[in-house]
Every structure is written in structure tokens, then in C-alpha cells.
Design a protein. Structure first.
Length: 91
């Protein structure tokens, strides 16, 4: 579809011919340009590779945040348990 637009076909004609929306075709063309440019400019959308990397990094961040929270809760629990033991041993 992107190649058809590049050779001069109108998005409206292609949308009607293939039964999709013009906006979808325009989005595909814009994404193809971004992929070719490597996302070098700030005003271009992320490349497909950058989107995949961003999704992966967000998943990793979510996992590390959960692990940190679990460790913080475990540390607090053990600290409370140790302080309770210290109080009973002082009697």
C-alpha cells in the first residue's frame, strides 16, 4: 500500500479499492517514512524498532518496580519481626 502511494496513487482511491480507511493508509505511509529516517528528527513518529524497544523497556520497568516493592515489603516485615524478637529477649 505504501509503495502504491509512493508511485503516485491517491490514498482515497486506494482506500476505496481495498476497503480500508484513508487514515490507515496515511498512517502506514507516515510510519514507513519514520522507519526509513530512523526516527532521527524529533517531529517524526517513533520507528517500529523504537516502538518495540519502548514496549520492552516499559515491561522491564514494570517488573523491576514490582520486584523493588516486594523487597521493600519483605524488608519491613523482617525488620518488624526482628524488633519483636529483640523486645521479647530483653524480658
Amino acid at each position: 500500500m505504501v509503495e502504491l502511494v509512493r508511485v503516485g496513487r491517491k490514498t482515497s482511491e486506494l482506500a476505496q479499492e481495498f476497503g480500508c480507511h484513508e487514515t490507515s493508509i496515511s498512517t502506514w505511509v507516515r510510519q514507513a517514512k519514520a522507519d526509513e529516517m530512523g526516527g532521527a528528527r524529533l517531529d517524526t513518529p517513533l520507528t517500529t524498532a523504537e516502538r518495540q524497544e519502548l514496549a520492552q523497556l516499559l515491561r522491564q520497568l514494570r517488573q523491576v518496580t514490582q520486584e523493588r516493592d516486594i523487597l521493600a515489603k519483605a524488608t519491613a516485615w523482617f525488620a518488624n519481626k526482628d524488633s519483636a524478637i529483640d523486645k521479647t529477649s530483653m524480658r
